[in-house]
Design a protein around this ligand. Sequence first.
Ligand code: NAD
Length: 276
Amino acid sequence: MKISELFSVAGYGVIVTGGASGLGLGYAEALAENGARVTILDVDGARVDAETKRLQAQGLALRGEVVDVRDHAAIERAFDAAVAAHGRLDVVFANAGIDSGPGFVGSWAGAQRPRNPEGALERYTDERWNRVIDINLNGIFATLRAGARLMRPQRSGRMIVTTSVAAYQCEPAIGAAYMSAKAGAAHLMRQVAHELAAYQITVNAIAPGFFATNIGGGHAKQPAVQEAMSKAIPMHRVGFADDIKGLALFLASPASAYVTGQQISIDGGWTLGVAD
Ligand code: NAD
């Protein structure tokens, strides 16, 4: 293969869960702008509508469908519809996720990080725990399963899970369910990668650090939060959806054909240690 073709995804059929906002929208744009046909699946109908129209108006081959990843039968139907529309399935981004509410210390917005009683383990309700696990872990399982059903017979494909640096590093401002779901999703990714390797299907994870998206009500978009985080991150800035596009294209394209079962962090150096 010529070097110029290594990153070509032209004509690919792509599905992105949680694709109407933030990082998922970044994945969708990166692939569609490089000639792929992309389906975004998202629970937020208004955003699906708005982003689909916006990107179609730019001439991109993009379609959207309202799907809640907690509805596993709906995921299967949406995958079949995407294959019917695009004629093929090459890449799946298992990305949809939510925050888990407060952790046991306060947010990064403050100079001090006092204990937060609201986030204490004893106050953690079953409802809150189950909701996060249902979307951030069970939803990934159901998405990977739907991808495997279609990719295994064709003996090709790429699946990319959005985990988090929270998969391997504790963050006290974020609730325990989020840590657990992301660590579970990372190891699920490895197990599925192992199972599907013989079929030339690669399964990898992108582990973002701190990105300004709409998660948690857009907390990370607040200037005070970004200022505080920029002091803590060695590159002295937060991440934006555009920062994720190159890695997404690499993991979706022929360039990463021999990479599988890997979790790649993209965090401006946040997990390296204390910023200077
Ligand atoms: P976002 O809120 O901007 O986008 C998430 C999208 O997922 C939204 O469009 C939302 O409607 C959708 N979604 C939520 N629940 C869903 C459900 N049940 N079914 C279908 N769609 C659903 O947030 P984001 O930051 O882009 O998050 C994307 C992924 O990145 C998540 O898995 C998140 O945990 C992960 N992540 C984000 C950061 C960060 O700093 N922003 C860091 C690490 C990991």
